[in-house]
Design a protein around this ligand. Structure first.
Ligand SMILES: Nc1ncnc2c1ncn2[C@@H]1O[C@H](COP(=O)(O)OP(=O)(O)OP(=O)(O)O)[C@@H](O)[C@H]1O
Ligand SMILES: [Mg+2]
Length: 259
């Protein structure tokens, strides 16, 4: 039983309907993530990475396909139990931080613990401060998110995700707004969480950070592909997008495009 994957995705599709437009964000995603595994997800902007993470984190549901978490089909889990799993088991670092503007830094980080039974106020305080110390933000506990730089907000968001010691951490570009020193500090935190047994799924554009993972997953246009295929498709797409621009530049250079 413990050899079963923690996460199994089979034929996951996600279609968004807005006005008259249908967006196929995920077009049949299959993969497993083992217990305690650390995977990275990379791929071009818009290929469906955040959509996938939202589904993995029980924040959104697929349009089609089966998500099995810990040997249970997620579709069969009721809303309140789902919320409980989200609070107790899953830490989320959102791409857009999603800190709550009306709460101070300290209150934002403490928040996940307030949903838990049996964590005293003193313990919440101790753990929130410890998490903030880990990301070098303990000197800003009384600030509000709007009073912080982008990188500082990101570090607070990482502290909030780690404070509950989640068994699954889903991180969407957790280093996207950080300089290399803070980026590496965050990667070390993830590494420690991983060594302590957590399963980690991290979206990153940065190959250096993807190297921290046990396994790299690549996506293109709503599907999982191998690395070489992703680079090839990306190159082809760049060529396609470049062609009109290059033709215009060539025409301008020969004086033919001035009309
Ligand atoms: N709520 C939504 N309604 C409509 N379309 C959406 C919605 N969320 C995402 N999409 C579309 O789904 C596709 C995948 O979006 P997603 O945010 O998953 O991409 P991503 O890989 O995370 O990109 P990035 O690297 O830029 O963050 C995009 O084409 C996007 O426009
Ligand atoms: Mg995204």
């Amino acid at each position: 039983m413990t050899n079963d994957p923690l996460i199994r995705l089979e034929g996951i599709k996600k279609v968004f309907f807005t006005d008259e437009v249908e967006t196929h964000a995920l077009s049949g995603v299959h993969f497993d993530i083992g217990r305690g595994e650390y995977v990275s997800i990379s791929g071009p902007s818009g290929c469906g990475k955040s959509t996938l993470l939202a589904i993995l984190g029980l924040l959104d549901t697929p349009s089609e396909g089966t998500y099995t978490l810990n040997n249970r089909q997620v579709a069969d889990i009721g809303a309140s139990e789902r919320a409980q799993i989200r609070n107790k088991e899953i830490g989320f670092v959102f791409q857009a931080f999603n800190l709550i503007g009306d709460l101070s830094v300290f209150e934002n980080v403490e928040l996940p613990l307030t949903y838990r039974d049996g964590v005293s106020k003193a313990e919440r305080r101790e753990r929130a401060i410890a998490a903030l110390e880990r990301v070098g933000m303990a000197h800003r506990v009384k600030h509000y998110p709007a009073q912080l730089s982008g990188g500082q907000q990101q570090r607070v968001a990482v502290a909030r995700a780690l404070v509950g010691q989640p068994s699954i951490l889903l991180a969407d570009e957790p280093t996207g707004n950080l300089d290399s020193k803070n980026g590496e500090a965050v990667m070390e935190l993830l590494d420690e969480l991983h060594k302590a047994g957590s399963t980690i799924c991290m979206v990153t554009h940065d190959p250096r950070y993807a190297d921290f993972a046990d396994r790299k997953i690549f996506m293109f246009d709503g599907r999982v592909v191998d690395e070489a295929t992703m680079h090839r498709l990306r190159h082809e797409e760049d060529q396609r997008l470049m062609r009109p621009a290059r033709a215009a530049a060539a025409a301008a250079a020969t004086g033919g495009g001035a009309a």
